[in-house]
Write a protein that binds this ligand. Structure first.
Ligand code: MIC
Ligand code: SF4
Length: 639
């Protein structure tokens, strides 16, 4: 039997284990991508582990989230990252050069290679026939030092595309349709491999949107073949030589298969709260909105910028709407200037911001309290826009632009004929935003840079209160909120820990401090969303020693293990209903059960009842968890 493309990519980077679904594998990365959020921790951890130089052939350190630097402490972080990149051998991407995923695709993507990134949307480069996976900061730090990236071999699902998108329907609607069908849990432990005649109808920019937002399905990654469309995209970037064909064998075997007829999709909108609350645009058409934004790593491509320009050309943004556009990269902005798009956008009253993540993670353009914001972005978890109880709708760039003109959510099909989008023959050249490393200089640590904490070895037994009983789909935005006030402290764990569960329970931090050691209880897919490592480090720093849930999201579970917090799963989900907040749970023999790999009995001291939990660990994970995490393990802190 032949191999899927995903399996071919995995096997060509395999350094440990067997590529059989469910088994732990180790992969050697060709390329690494770091951001100025999780990536700062990666650099600090890389230094704490004492590595002299980055090992993979291409490591790029981006400043893309905190570009506005509203506080000198952001600039402190930038200076630290720039001086560390220079000294340890990474390319530095300056603020304004663009969003890591977009820039990486344009500049460094190479079909057949493996990219590991400190950000959950790293799979965007899967659009170019690469294996591209997002991970927490520590996993990336280990890979920087030359270690393998370890994960459970996912199941490979073939997504067979037929037909072609109809007018006014976009790649964003394709991924929203998949979210509507499969929800934010649907991709857990899976890779989506796109194939079939419909793939030929999608330009590289459209494939980027789909591969990128597969993160919201909780997929490990998404992959498209590298074909003539990929070659043509790289040629437009002046990189035809980096192209090579990559595709599945004709008789490839898959763990599962699904089908999607592109011509059956219509414009869609995700309602506030979760990217999978998807409805046809008609259902919300007429809803008044005060803000419209287009950009992020999902909708910041040339394609999106051109779609918006086509809609607003010769028209005016509605007086009651603030319409902000974030081009995904410096190269796109330069091309927009050359091709006159900027002139048309500015004339229409669009606020064109600098290439960056922009307001996607609550940094700037925070909506007014009680108003509705329509965003061609990827996430709308509650509070992520920077204000509690926000109402953020997600949509395509076309729905966004049409609505910006009317002031209400608008079905773009009411606008008449759609103007086609063509990619430029040649994108503008763009290398002014990169600084190559020369191995020189000293690493500058400003006052905002604090040493990384160490986890503590798992104790023999644990008796601690349940500080929070959470529901299903808790995101990392719930655990460690986005927003500029918190994101400023990504290099300062004591300070950022103060923001833990801020919107869920403002009293969480003092309660955690008073408790000393504590436990969290949650439902399905706990820790979905970002690869935000502080969502594990923060609670660990505040004394959380175990998290008991119905199921975990992949990256967050890995982050908990990497920081010595026991990720326990209810053997019978019904036990969840027997627990109340502030119950004190006793786990006798926790450490011994983890060592033996046996079920872990938990006694609720309020009811006297005992229930079983499991913690299925690979030998590597077991060693790391018991030691108190990767850093404690590296420092030989095992008692
Ligand atoms: C996000 O979109 O939430 C972020 C900010 O890009 C995160 C990374 C982080 O929190 O460091 C992500 O997606 O992984
Ligand atoms: Fe940046 Fe938003 Fe993409 Fe995260 S999801 S990398 S904040 S653009």
């Amino acid at each position: 039997m032949g191999r899927s493309l995903a399996k071919t990519l995995i096997e060509s980077h395999l350094v440990a284990g067997k590529a059989v679904a469910g088994e732990e594998i180790g992969l050697a990365a060709d390329q690494l991508l770091l951001t100025d959020t999780n990536g700062i921790q990666s650099w600090l951890q890389f230094e704490a582990m004492g590595f002299p130089r980055v090992v993979p052939k291409r490591v790029v350190s981006y400043i893309d989230h905190q570009v506005f630097a509203p506080d000198s402490r952001n600039s402190d972080d930038h200076r630290y990252m720039q001086t560390a990149a220079r000294k340890y051998g990474a390319v530095f991407s300056k603020p304004g050069n663009g969003i890591c995923h977009q820039v990486h695709m344009e500049t460094f993507s190479r079909p057949g290679e493996f990219l590991l990134g400190s950000d959950s949307h790293t799979p965007l480069c899967g659009a170019a026939g690469m294996l591209a996976i997002g991970a927490g900061g520590l996993d990336v730090a280990v890979a920087m030092g030359g270690g393998p990236y370890c994960l459970t071999m996912p199941a490979v699902v073939r997504v067979w595309l037929t037909g072609a998108l109809r007018p006014w329907v976009t790649a964003k609607d394709v991924i929203l349709e998949l979210l509507r069908r499969y929800t934010v849990r649907g991709g857990s432990g899976k890779i989506f491999e796109y194939a079939g005649p419909g793939v030929q109808s999608l330009l590289a920019t459209q494939r980027m949107t789909i591969a990128n937002m597969g993160a919201e399905l909780t997929l490990t990654t998404s992959v498209f073949p590298s074909d003539e469309i990929t070659r043509s995209f790289l040629a437009r970037l002046g990189r035809a030589d980096d192209w090579r064909p990559m595709q599945a064998d004709d008789d490839a075997e898959y763990d599962d298969q699904i089908e999607l007829d592109l011509s059956s999709i219509t414009p869609l909108v995700a309602l506030p709260g979760s990217p999978d609350k998807v409805v046809p645009v008609e259902e919300v058409a007429g809803t008044e909105i005060q803000q419209v934004t287009v950009g992020s790593c999902t909708n910041g491509s040339w394609h999106d910028m051109a779609q918006v320009t086509n809609v607003v050309r010769g028209r005016r943004v509605h007086p009651s709407v603030s319409f902000v556009l974030f081009p995904g990269s410096h190269r796109i902005l330069a091309t927009m200037a050359r091709e006159q798009l900027l002139t048309e956008l500015i004339a229409a009253g669009v606020l064109v911001s600098e290439p960056s993540c922009g307001s996607c993670a609550g940094i700037g353009h925070v909506p007014a309290a009680g108003t509705k914001s329509l965003r061609a972005f990827n996430r709308n978890f509650s509070g992520r826009s920077g204000v509690k109880d926000d109402a953020v709708y997600l949509c395509s760039s076309l729905v966004a632009a049409a609505s910006a003109l009317t002031g209400v959510i608008t079905d773009p099909r009411t606008l008449g004929a759609e103007a086609p989008v063509r990619l430029p023959e040649r994108f503008a050249a763009s290398d002014v935003g990169f600084v190559q490393p020369d191995g020189g200089g000293d690493v500058v640590r400003g006052t905002n840079i604090k040493p990384v904490p160490l986890g503590e070895p798992v104790a023999a037994s644990l008796e601690a209160p349940v500080l929070l009983k959470l529901g299903d789909k808790v995101s990392t935005d719930d655990i460690s909120p986005a927003g500029s006030a918190a994101l400023m402290f990504r290099a300062n764990v004591p300070a950022i820990s103060e923001y833990c569960f801020k919107y869920v329970d403002p009293e969480f931090v003092p309660r955690a401090k008073a408790a000393g050691r504590s436990i969290l209880v949650g439902g399905e897919i706990y820790g979905q969303g970002s690869s935000r490592e502080v969502a594990a480090i923060g609670p660990m720093f505040l004394g959380v020693r175990a998290v008991i849930v119905k199921s975990f999201a992949r990256i967050h579970r890995a982050n908990l293990i990497n920081w010595g917090v026991a990720p326990l799963t209810f053997a019978d989900p019904a036990a969840y209903d027997t627990i109340e907040r502030d119950d004190v749970l006793r786990i006798d023999g926790l450490r011994a059960a983890l060592v033996a790999g046996t079920p872990i009995a938990v006694t609720n001291t309020r009811t006297g009842a005992t229930f079983a939990t499991t913690c299925v660990l690979t030998p590597r994970e077991r060693e790391i968890l018991l030691a108190g995490g990767v850093l404690a393990h590296t420092k030989g802190a095992t008692p």
